[in-house]
Ligand binder design. Structure first.
Ligand SMILES: NC(=O)C1=CN([C@@H]2O[C@H](COP(=O)(O)OP(=O)(O)OC[C@H]3O[C@@H](n4cnc5c(N)ncnc54)[C@H](O)[C@@H]3O)[C@@H](O)[C@H]2O)C=CC1
Ligand SMILES: CC(=O)C(=O)O
Length: 351
């Protein structure tokens, strides 16, 4: 062989790629579809295009003028091309082929309204979305954001026909971020030095897993002795549970917190990062979807992470599951009375 030749001999094995190269190549081809580009969907899209998370963001919304305007505005934010992400409008069918489909479509709470009051409206929207996306990419990961997120995650699992591990809701990740924020203020440390979870419903029956909270490696009772006072714990829990209502009362929606939470979950999935977060996913022993700590990766929920709950937290969990189960039972009856929803549910039973 000519020693000066630059041609690679055909028998040479291609050089092995390291994990970074594999992930970079993978990132070149990854798409996140966002169904619903109102306040939450557009904030999520903005958060995604500012970080190197995916190569393409597909927006879907029946409000054509809003959709085109969001795509143009977000496109303007990508002009420097630092992350390489592109934004485009798509149909529900296009979205169903994406690597991740994030569902933010639906009604939102008005002042004083609870998340559960949105159920009937948002269940109809959810069912129509799955009909329009069908046939969905069997490897897609579905991330539910629209409320009531635990109940919609439960029905998305049924309506999509996807494996349980591929259907998850943002759940109490946002509530846990709020909890870490307030505990960080009280303890005068950075929020990322705190490990503290809100579990159960992303809603009124949520509870804090106090017994497992730590700051650094210190149990909370050592790092923040005020937690021995029940009134202090109640204030923290009320502050965390009431955060959404307080923000909505003043500005009409919450968007930045959930935008960051949902974008981070997309990143954990696409980077196969195996990060632990409290996500809403199906709990067979409880018969509903609610948030428990889980390991997230490229295939969705990789596994449930065990957590020790004390007696009162275990009671909270069971009460929370009982409430959610009662709402699911009521919604299933409503679905059976509604022709379109009944067909969607029966199609799932037949598959
Ligand atoms: N899980 C969480 O932590 C959070 C959940 N949310 C929930 O997210 C949802 C969206 O909130 P916002 O963006 O503020 O509401 P929004 O009203 O600003 O936007 C909703 C969008 O969904 C669109 N939409 C309706 N039907 C659709 C369909 N079939 N396909 C595609 N798009 C459709 C609407 O046209 C609208 O543009 C609400 O249910 C809200 O409660 C909001 C914040 C946090
Ligand atoms: C709206 C909502 O669910 C939240 O901000 O927690």
């Amino acid at each position: 062989m000519d020693p000066n030749s630059k041609t690679i001999p055909s028998s040479a094995a291609p050089p092995e790629k390291n994990r970074g190269e594999v992930m970079a190549e993978h990132r070149l081809k990854t798409s996140v579809a966002i169904i619903g580009c109102g306040d939450v969907g557009s904030t999520l899209a903005y958060t995604l295009v500012l970080q190197p998370i995916c190569s393409e963001v597909i927006l879907v919304d029946p409000k054509e003028d809003l959709l085109q305007a969001q795509v143009r505005d977000l496109g303007d934010a990508t002009y420097r091309g630092q992350t390489g992400a592109r934004v485009r409008a798509g149909t529900h069918k296009d979205a169903g082929q994406a690597d991740i489909v994030v569902i933010t479509a639906g009604a939102k709470q008005k002042i004083g309204e609870s998340r559960l009051s949105l159920l009937s409206r948002n269940l109809h929207i959810l069912s129509s979305i799955f009909q329009a996306m069908s046939p969905i990419n069997p490897n897609t990961i579905l991330l539910l954001v629209a409320n009531p997120v635990d109940i919609l995650t439960y029905f998305a699992r049924k309506l999509s026909g996807l494996p349980e591990s591929q259907v998850l809701g943002t759940g109490t990740t946002l509530d846990s971020a709020r909890l870490r924020g307030i505990l960080a203020q009280k303890a005068d440390v950075a929020p990322n030095s705190i490990d503290a979870y809100v579990l159960g419903e992303h809603g009124d029956s949520q509870f804090i897993a106090w017994s497992s909270c730590t700051i650094g490696t210190s149990p909370l009772r050592l790092a923040l002795p005020q937690v021995s006072d029940p009134a202090f714990k109640k204030d923290i829990a009320d502050h965390t549970r009431g955060a959404a209502a307080a923000i909505i009362a003043a500005k009409g929606c919450t968007a930045y917190g959930i935008g960051m939470v949902a974008a981070s979950i997309c990143k954990y999935i696409l980077f196969d990062s195996r990060t632990v977060r409290p996500l809403s996913f199906y709990q067979p022993e409880l018969g509903c979807c609610l948030s428990m700590p889980a390991v997230i990766g490229r295939k969705g929920i990789i596994k449930k992470m065990p957590i020790e709950l004390d007696e009162s937290e275990q009671k909270n969990l069971e009460e929370c599951a009982g409430n959610l189960r009662a709402v699911i039972d009521g919604a299933e009856k409503e679905m059976m009375a509604d022709e379109q929803l009944r067909k969607a549910l029966e199609a799932d039973k037949g598959s």
